[in-house]
Ligand binder design. Structure first.
Ligand code: KG4
Ligand code: ZN
Length: 344
C-alpha cells in the first residue's frame, strides 16, 4: 500500500532568463510553463537588469497559466517551491519574493530549492519517457553556469568529483556563437548548424587540466584567434564554412565531456551515468552518451528535452522530495547567487 501523502506543489523558477512555473501532483508534472526572454538575444548574452524586469512582468501570468493548465485552484496547493540559487540575484529575488508572499497568503509550506540539484533531480520526474537512475549514479551537469561531474548518493546527497576551473560549457557554446555572429543562446544554433558540417575539418586544442577538471576559456580564445586569422585572409570565411566550423567546435567540446566522463566511470566504478542541464539538450552529447550502452556497457539516463534547459518542473520535483522529508523553510530564507550542489 502506498501511504505517501497526496501533494500538489506549485514550483517557481527565475534564476536566470526564463520565468517558469509548474504544478506537480506528487512526482508527476501537471503543467510546466516557461516564458523565455527574447530581449537578451540582441545583446549576445543575458543582461541582468533586463532579466529581473522581464521576470516581474512574466511571473503573475506564468503562475496563473500553470495553475490553469493543471486545472487546480490555489487552495488545493500543499506547498510552494522556488529557486533559492545559484543564479542572478535580481532574478532570484523576483521568484523568491513572489513564492514567499503566496505561501504566506495561502498559509502553506515554503520550500527553497537548489537550482543545480534540480537539474539533476529532473531525472526523477515520473514520466513514461524517462527512466529513473538508481543511487549512486554519476551525473554530468552541463549548463550556462556550470560544468560538473557529480556523484549522486541520494536525492539530496551529492558530491562534486570534478568541475570547471573557468568557463562553463554553455558559455563556451554561447561565446563561440557570438564570435560567429550567431544570436543568443548559441548552443542550440551551433548544434543545428553542426548537423550539416564536417566535425573533423578544423582542430582546436584541448585543455591540459586535472583528470576530472574542465577548462573552456582557452578553447574560446583559440576559436577567436582562429576566426580572426581566417577572416583576415577571407572576409567570407565564416559564411562559407559555418557548418564545418560549428561541427568542429561541437566535436571538440563533446569529446572533452565524454573523455572526462569516461575517467569518472573508471575512477568510481559506477556505470549508471546521467546528463543534466541546458547543454544536455545537445544532440551530439545525447548520441555519444547513448552509444556507450553498447560500446562500454554503461546504463545511461538522458532527460526529456523539456526538462534540460531551465524549467520549474525540475524545481517541483526537488520540492516534492523535500516535502516528503518534512524539509521546509521559514519565510526569511534568503535567495543566494552562489550555492554549491552539495548544499541544500
Ligand atoms: O540550464 P540552462 O537552461 O541555464 C543555466 O542554468 O545556465 O542552460 C543554458 C545553456 C546555454 O548556454 C545554452 O546555449 C545551452 O544551455 N544549450 C545548448 C543547447 N541547448 C541549450 N548547448 C548546446 N546544445 C544545445 N542543443
Ligand atoms: Zn539551469
Amino acid at each position: 500500500m502506498n501511504n505517501k501523502p497526496e501533494t500538489y506543489i506549485l514550483a517557481i523558477e527565475s534564476s536566470c532568463d526564463d520565468t517558469s512555473a509548474a504544478v506537480l501532483y506528487n512526482d508527476k508534472v501537471l503543467s510546466n510553463v516557461v516564458a523565455n526572454q527574447k530581449i537578451h538575444s540582441e545583446y549576445g548574452g543575458v543582461v541582468p537588469e533586463l532579466a529581473s524586469r522581464a521576470h516581474q512582468q512574466n511571473i503573475v501570468p506564468v503562475v496563473h497559466q500553470a495553475l490553469k493548465m493543471a486545472n487546480i485552484g490555489k487552495n488545493q496547493l500543499s506547498a510552494i517551491a522556488f529557486t533559492k540559487g545559484p543564479g542572478l540575484m535580481g532574478s532570484l529575488l523576483v521568484g523568491s519574493s513572489f513564492a514567499k508572499s503566496m505561501a504566506q497568503a495561502l498559509e502553506i509550506p515554503l520550500i527553497a530549492v537548489n537550482h543545480m540539484q534540480a537539474h539533476i533531480l529532473a531525472h526523477f520526474i515520473n514520466d513514461a519517457t524517462q527512466m529513473m537512475p538508481p543511487f549512486p549514479f554519476l551525473c554530468l551537469t552541463i549548463s550556462g553556469g556550470h560544468t560538473q561531474i557529480v556523484k549522486v548518493n541520494d536525492y539530496l546527497d551529492m558530491e562534486i568529483l570534478g568541475e570547471t576551473l573557468d568557463d562553463a560549457v554553455g558559455e563556451a557554446y554561447d561565446k563561440s556563437a557570438k564570435i560567429l555572429g550567431l544570436g543568443y543562446p548559441g548552443g542550440p544554433m551551433i548544434d543545428q548548424l553542426a548537423q550539416e558540417g564536417n566535425p573533423l575539418k578544423y582542430k582546436f586544442s584541448k585543455p591540459r587540466v586535472g583528470e576530472l577538471e574542465f577548462s573552456f576559456s582557452g578553447l574560446k580564445t583559440g576559436i577567436l584567434y582562429f576566426i580572426q586569422a581566417e577572416t583576415a585572409k577571407n572576409p567570407n570565411f565564416i559564411e562559407e564554412n559555418k557548418a564545418d566550423i560549428c561541427a568542429s567546435i561541437q566535436h571538440t567540446i563533446v569529446s572533452i565531456l565524454m573523455d572526462k566522463l569516461g575517467k569518472a566511470v573508471q575512477k568510481t566504478g559506477i556505470t549508471h551515468v546521467a546528463i543534466a542541464g541546458g547543454v544536455s539538450a545537445n544532440s551530439e552529447i545525447r548520441k555519444q552518451l547513448k552509444a556507450t550502452e553498447t560500446t562500454k556497457g554503461w546504463t545511461t539516463y538522458i532527460p526529456k528535452f523539456e526538462y534540460t534547459t531551465d524549467n520549474a518542473a525540475m524545481i517541483g520535483i526537488v520540492g516534492y522530495h523535500k516535502f516528503l522529508k518534512g524539509n521546509i523553510d521559514a519565510v526569511d530564507v534568503k535567495a543566494t547567487a552562489r550555492l554549491s550542489v552539495e548544499k541544500e
